[in-house]
Design a protein around this ligand. Structure first.
Ligand SMILES: [Zn+2]
Length: 275
């Protein structure tokens, strides 16, 4: 079940609010799928590209446009690439929880789900001295057990579910959580991700830009908040980061946009009397 949240006005008279979110899956995005990936050096190197090339390009772009963003970081990524993750936090972007080994909640037991939450928290604390207030489940799969753990560990909001296209309150078995909804159409992965055996897409980036621009116009008409989701190894390829730059420049030119982290939007919603 779900409850609506009162939609606030946005700061500075902005017509629409946009959150850019980046899931820094890196190697554990594959290693969390099974031990067989540990031997696949090419696959792991593509994942590593996200940290080596994707993150610096993203940070350069966000810095040039003065846009704050939310990065959902698995604990394993923080431990494996502490320097890269520190550069994200050092310039003021929000760090959120994204599991530890990127294990899908629905494929592991209750004890492992708890371990994913605890190990992820410990890794972000030890590498960044950060206690995240936001959570995004690996591969956007959530179970009742994980939802209950979010309350137990005092997360303030989640960004994994799809029950609305406005922020809302997700309710499961008497527990509730502020939700920043996501959707596959607003994720870079379905447009561009490709693997040798699984196939996928190597799309014209103009198609991706057009869909995201059309959704922006819908959000603008509604005056609502919109979350885009990206992965550094996907959006960080040269021609794709150029597409993201064009998109951000285009929407900034069309409307007064409040680009905000999930933390900032949560604070705004709470200030507006959200439940
Ligand atoms: Zn992920």
């Amino acid at each position: 079940m779900a409850r609506a949240v009162a939609q606030p006005s946005w700061p500075g008279g902005a017509e629409v609010c946009v959150s850019l979110t980046f899931d820094v899956d890196a190697e554990c995005g594959w290693l969390g799928k099974g031990d067989q990936y540990a031997a696949r050096l090419t696959t792991l190197s593509e994942a590593r590209f996200g940290v080596v090339r994707g993150v610096p390009r993203i940070l350069d772009l966000l810095g040039a446009l003065s846009i704050p963003a939310t990065f959902y970081v698995p604990g394993d990524t923080a431990e494996r690439h502490p320097g890269a993750v520190e550069t994200i936090a050092a310039v003021g972007h929000e760090i959120g929880h994204h599991g530890h080994m990127h294990l899908r909640s629905d494929r592991i037991g209750a004890d492992e789900q708890r371990a994913e939450i605890e190990r992820g928290l410990a890794a972000l604390e030890s590498t960044l001295a950060v206690r995240p207030s936001g959570y995004r489940s690996p591969s956007w799969e959530m179970t009742r057990e994980t939802f209950a753990l979010l309350g137990e560990y005092e997360f303030e909001y989640d960004s994994s579910c799809m029950g609305d296209d406005r922020p809302y309150i997700e309710e499961v078995e008497g527990r509730s959580m502020l939700e920043f909804p996501v959707h596959w159409s607003l994720d870079d992965w379905p447009y561009f991700a490709y693997s040798g055996e699984g196939g996928g897409n190597v799309n014209n980036a103009r198609d991706f830009e057009q869909v995201w621009l059309d959704e922006f116009e819908s959000a603008r008409r509604d005056g609502r908040h919109l979350t885009y989701t990206m992965h550094p190894e996907v959006i960080g390829r040269g021609y794709r980061i150029a597409a993201l730059r064009r998109l951000l420049e285009e929407i900034s030119g069309r409307a007064e946009v409040w680009f905000a982290t999930h933390r900032q939007v949560a604070d705004r919603l709470n200030g507006a009397g959200a439940g």
